[in-house]
Design a protein around this ligand. Structure first.
Ligand code: TPP
Ligand code: MG
Length: 558
């Protein structure tokens, strides 16, 4: 076996795992790796200027590519800065190998600067967290980490890399990656039981979760939905286009509040959740979102999610792409000609209901098209109308995103990525990762002004790496969602019309100046037309562009 150093072995192990980009921010403890990178021509090191931005980029890359994303951070403060975005990555199930340098093991007893025990810090937010203690274990542990990140349900993992391990040399067998084939086929008896319930349903409803997009099962779910004549909602907090947005059975996302969820569900007798979150809600409420009369069927590739909050009649552990055709086939066999005719009527009625609702939303948006300042609904509609079909939208619009899944034609599984975890600051760096993963598709990030400020450092990386994403800032000079929520309390803030800690004014943030200072071209758009003209220009450019759109500050219901 050849003698190799830990630092070079680590890079080779990443390459074995299919990694071609290492996202990172270095410090002294990472210097051995930076040394090895100096003579490596295959791995691209993408520097982020704050660790939150580093993880956000890796998250976008992992979600859009489905591949392992690799990250290297700087000891305790580096990992600490990364935690908020690591939470988002965990919620989105993003396969990310997060590593951090650690001091030499025989130095740690003195508690050197920046030192803390790293694996326990990362542990709550990852599938597996460990430290390498012997160079001989490095190959095994890196491969185990990568396998774990990519095994369904996918998610981030953490490895601490002490300096002495990276600097040491030894004869090393690099072993080989393990890949767990993801297409688990659901249990046949459970599939049959689910099909019986679905075939008997009078008013079936489908909730589609990220697992559908991840397994690229759009066509399989469309077939079942059409057979049943069942409308489809996306899960409450989605990070993907879990169903094609233009399909006439797609009703968009439900509001993340108990009352409105219950109102929708009350209209149905059988709910089939295909990888959907039941339910990720925003705030507590006395209202129970799941009505008593609804029979639940639950399919997911994550056993934890099955029956997590609501006991299903049938729970199927399986991958949507391989399991849905079995369900559809079994339903088809159970539907007599009478039932088929009824299902076709349901289909026509459901299609009409969707198209009516969508047209009403678009009419409302059109009526606001010339309003100043720009109304977010009008801007979303206009962007939805002009984007090419292969565009990918990154959504961190927060309060401005109402109707986004109906207005933007996100029709394929990689056409939309949204904020799953709720930790804001994700969208701007995630857009870079998505563009790196899908370089041939236009990438347009729609981001709230408040959200953009958490990770605006990523703009420098966009300029430095010439990552041609388009950023549209929905700039209402406020944390508008928080004002809306506090206003709804009808408490002291609403009476006083005073919202402490929610105004981003005095001074207003100069996003154009900010972007330009970091090397990114930027323009302000005061009308919907100007904004879409600039989006069109940005899509054609081979460099990033930021478009600052002052939008309505009003937080009261229109
Ligand atoms: C890391 C993090 N910090 C704070 C919050 C709380 N928070 C949720 S939404 C929000 C404001 C978002 O502002 P902006 O992006 O401008 O969107 P808007 O509400 O104006 O539409 C804040 C501060 C959060 N979710 N995550
Ligand atoms: Mg805002």
């Amino acid at each position: 076996m050849p003698v190799t150093s830990g630092k070079r072995a680590f890079l080779e192990l990443l390459k074995q795992e299919g990694v071609d980009i290492l996202f990172g921010n270095p410090g002294t403890t990472e210097l051995p790796l930076m040394d090895a990178l100096a003579v490596d021509n295959e791995l691209r090191y993408v520097l982020g200027l704050q660790e939150a931005a580093v993880i956000g980029m890796a998250d976008g890359y992992a979600q859009a590519s489905g591949k392992l994303a690799a990250v290297n951070l700087h000891v305790t403060p580096g990992l600490g800065n990364a935690m908020g975005m690591l939470y988002d990555a965990q919620k989105a199930g993003s396969p990310i190998l997060v590593t951090a340098g650690q001091h030499d093991q025989d130095f740690n007893a003195t508690e050197p600067i920046l030192w803390a025990d790293l694996p326990p810090i990362a542990r709550p937010l990852v599938k597996w967290s460990a430290e390498v203690h012997r160079l001989a274990d490095l190959p095994r542990l890196v491969h185990r980490a990568a396998k774990t990140a990519l095994a369904p349900p996918t998610g981030p993992v953490f490895l601490a890399l002490p300096g002495d391990i990276l600097k040491a040399e030894a004869e090393l067998d690099l072993l080989a990656p393990t890949r767990i084939a993801p297409q688990m086929r659901g249990d046949p008896a459970a599939v049959a039981a689910a099909a019986t319930l679905l075939a008997q349903a009078e008013r079936p409803l489908i909730i589609a979760g990220d697992a559908v997009a991840r397994s690229k099962a759009h066509a399989e779910l469309v077939e079942l939905a059409e057979l049943l004549g069942a409308p489809v909602y996306s899960e409450l907090v989605a990070s993907t286009a879990s169903f094609p947005a233009s399909h006439p059975l797609f009703r968009g996302a439900m509001t993340r509040m108990q009352g409105p969820v219950r109102k929708v569900l009350e209209q149905y007798d059988v709910l089939f959740s295909v990888g959907g979150d039941l339910f990720t809600l925003s705030l507590p409420s006395d209202i129970e979102p799941m009505p008593d009369g609804v029979t639940l069927i639950h399919l997911d590739n994550d056993a934890w999610e099955l029956g997590k909050n609501y006991p299903p009649k049938v729970a199927i552990l399986g991958d949507p792409k391989t399991t849905l055709p079995d369900v559809t086939e079994a339903v088809r066999r159970r539907l007599g000609s009478g039932a088929r005719a009824v299902a076709r009527e349901r289909l026509e009625a459901a299609k009409k209901a969707t198209l009516d609702e969508r047209e009403a939303l678009k009419a409302k948006a059109r009526a606001l098209a010339d309003a100043t300042p720009v109304q977010p609904l009008a801007l979303l509609d206009a962007i939805g109308n002009m984007l090419p079909r292969d565009a990918v939208v990154i959504d961190e619009t927060i309060s401005s995103g109402i109707g986004i899944r109906s207005l933007i034609k996100s029709d394929d599984p990689q056409s939309y990525f949204g904020l799953r975890g709720g930790g804001i600051g994700w969208g701007l760096p995630a857009a870079l990762g998505v563009k790196l993963a899908l370089p041939d598709r236009p990438v347009v990030a729609l981001i709230g002004d408040g959200s953009a400020m958490y990770t605006c450092q990523a703009l420098w990386t966009a300029a430095h790496e010439r990552i041609a994403a388009v950023f549209v800032i929905f700039n209402n000079t406020s944390y508008r969602i928080l004002k809306q929520r506090l206003h709804a309390h009808r408490g002291l803030a609403a009476q006083a019309d005073r919202f402490v800690g929610m105004e981003l004014q005095n001074p207003a943030i100069d996003f154009v100046g900010l972007a330009r200072s970091l090397g990114v071209a930027a323009e302000r758009a005061n009308t919907v037309q100007d904004a879409t003209d600039l989006v069109a220009k940005g899509i054609k450019s081979d460099a990033p562009l930021l478009i600052d759109v002052p939008t309505d500050r009003n937080y009261k219901p229109l």
